[in-house]
Design a protein around this ligand. Structure first.
Ligand code: ZN
Length: 89
């Protein structure tokens, strides 16, 4: 199968951007997760998306943080606030 570059959604021909799906499908899933209709875990289990590539994202974030001058402390505060009740993507 050569669907590694195409959205996991069989009815969608867009290229994969994140979690194995395109931005359009990802945004829709994110809306469902944000509104509490499902979770990323459930979506991953049912195979409609792939686990987030955390390592890549971490590296990417660190690079941006370094350039933006974001300190470790600031980032932890932000992560804490996020964990305290905000959405998880
Ligand atoms: Zn798609």
């Amino acid at each position: 199968m050569s669907n590694s570059e195409k959205c996991l959604n069989p009815k969608c021909d867009n290229p994969t951007k994140v979690r194995g799906v395109c931005w359009t499908c990802y945004n829709h899933m994110q809306r469902l997760v944000t509104t509490g209709q499902t979770t990323w875990d459930k979506l991953e289990e049912s195979g409609v998306c792939l686990p987030r590539q955390r390592q890549n994202h971490t590296a990417a974030r660190e690079w941006i943080d370094a350039i933006a001058g974001v300190t470790e402390k600031k980032r932890k505060t932000h992560a804490k606030a996020k964990a305290a009740g905000k959405k998880e993507n």
